[in-house]
Ligand binder design. Structure first.
Ligand code: 6PG
Length: 464
């Protein structure tokens, strides 16, 4: 019996997806670059192996698939994907669908879509979120590709996706690179959320002397309130975990250098290219860069004064509200970037629909998406759409107190401060950029608009 879909790449995510598909009764062909991985994987699959068609070679793999063939690659993004396309394309026929389900750069996805168009293949860039557990039991899936590819994929993906109150968290968000772009922005938001959480952890640890489990208990408490969401839960659980070797909190034994594979950085790069500001995400990427400069920080702790002061432990409720405000600002920035990309690439993204497929399965799933979905359903600028202004107003005063306290104590809160910087900038009808315009005109004769007469003007700046 032919397989309905083939998975190439039996790493953590590919294996988990194959098991998920099999469990949903979908016959799945499997293969891997190193075919030695296949037998142990089938052993692990147990009864689910009955739904799998193992293939040692690419030719066998393709031959195992029903037509039109659906081939899903879960392999490292970048050059390996181009290499695999070069190998598999000659084996496929017009109408077949090739999915890149990794965290690809959407620019690559657009290029590959263009390059493969003459072959009649449907190249599909698919964002899959939720880590291993998500892939195994229900990820959030963001599909970018042709409508006809979606017609073939929808019945399969709907069965394996996460469900939010019964609704599958999967959608075709747009053509070509749209799915990977949406996944990239998802990850940017993930970076910012994680960074703001780490900043609050740092304030409590370094400013107020709290032990990890006590901070974990606070996050567990927050997970029962408006901050309810996957990353809040993960934070609570990681902070209370013990190192079996020492009995001490495991988090205390972990080096403070954050890794990054690129999606957070891409979110910032693409925001800048689109003329958008993703400041909170940018701060989160900066913070990961600084975290990696461990040698410098080691020396600088002794040489760059003054050392950190103590942080007056604000009521935990203020920290909770500061995090709510910061996360709302991040969501607004992320969705403004999506809106800008939608316009630039004519994707017609359904922004509220994207927020809806993030309600389950993905890493940034959280209750704060609910007010955002309400706001995205309204006309006008997102930060002013009900209920965001009231929610921001209710939580921004604590954010200000937290940032002020941290700054006063010399404790770093770059992402929380970036969120506040955005808020304080956009709520001023008259900002200070009139001076920037004056400076630009002074040294470059760039011209400026006047408040009292139309057109472009120059100043008489005197001696230059
Ligand atoms: C997800 C995650 C995942 C991603 C990392 C981000 O949605 O399941 O976003 O796809 O690979 O969490 O990666 P880095 O932190 O390693 O850049």
């Amino acid at each position: 019996e032919p397989a309905q879909i083939g998975i190439y790449g039996l790493g953590t995510m590919g294996s988990a997806l194959a098991l998920n598909l099999a469990e949903q009764g979908i016959r799945v062909a499997i293969t891997n670059r190193d075919s030695d991985w296949i037998a142990p994987f089938l052993d692990r699959a147990g009864a689910l192996a009955g739904q799998m068609v193992p293939a040692d070679t690419l030719a066998e793999f393709v031959a195992a698939l029903a037509s039109p063939r659906i081939v899903l690659f879960m392999i490292p993004s970048g050059a390996p994907m181009d290499a695999m396309l070069a190998e598999i394309v000659p084996l496929l026929a017009p109408g077949d669908i090739v999915i890149d389900a990794g965290n690809a750069d959407f620019n690559d996805t657009r290029r590959r879509t263009r390059e493969l168009a003459p072959t009649g293949l449907h190249f599909t860039g698919m964002g899959v979120s939720g880590g291993e557990a998500g892939a195994r039991h229900g990820p959030s899936i963001m599909v970018g590709g042709s409508k006809s590819a979606w017609t073939a994929l929808e019945p399969i993906l709907t069965r394996i996706a996460a469900r939010y109150e019964g609704t599958p968290c999967v959608a075709r968000v747009g053509p070509d690179g749209a799915g990977h772009f949406v996944k990239t922005v998802h990850n940017g938001i993930e970076y910012a959320d994680m960074q703001m959480i780490a900043e609050i952890y740092g304030l409590l640890r370094d400013g107020a002397g709290w032990e990890a489990p006590r901070i974990g208990a606070l996050f567990a408490d927050w997970d029962r309130g408006p901050l309810h969401g996957f990353l809040t839960e993960v934070t609570a659980k990681t902070l209370v975990a013990r190192d079996p070797a020492t009995g001490r909190p495991l988090v205390d034994a972990i080096c403070d250098r954050a890794g990054q594979k690129g999606t957070g950085r891409w979110t910032v790069i693409e925001a800048l290219k689109l003329g958008q500001a993703a400041g909170v995400i940018g701060a989160a990427v900066d913070a990961r860069v600084w975290s990696a400069q461990a040698g410098l920080r080691q020396c600088a702790e002794e040489r760059l004064s003054p050392g950190a002061g103590s942080f007056d432990p604000l009521p935990a409720g203020a920290l909770e509200q500061a995090l709510i405000a910061g996360r709302l600002v991040t969501l607004v920035q992320g969705f403004e970037e999506l809106a800008a990309a939608s316009g630039e690439f004519s994707w017609e993204l359904d922004l509220a629909g994207i927020a809806r497929i993030w309600r389950a399965g993905c890493i940034i799933r959280s209750d704060l998406l609910h007010p955002l979905i309400g706001a995205l359903g309204q006309a006008g600028p997102l930060p002013l759409a009900h209920p965001l202004p009231a929610l921001l107003a209710a939580n921004v005063a604590p954010l200000r107190r937290v940032v002020a306290g941290a700054v006063g104590a010399g404790l770093p809160v770059p992402a929380l401060a970036a969120a506040l910087g955005w808020y304080d900038s956009i709520r001023r009808a008259r900002g200070s950029a009139n001076l920037i315009q004056a400076q630009r005109d002074f040294f470059g004769a760039h011209g400026f608009a006047r408040i009292d007469s139309p057109g472009s003007h120059h100043g008489d700046w005197g001696e230059r």
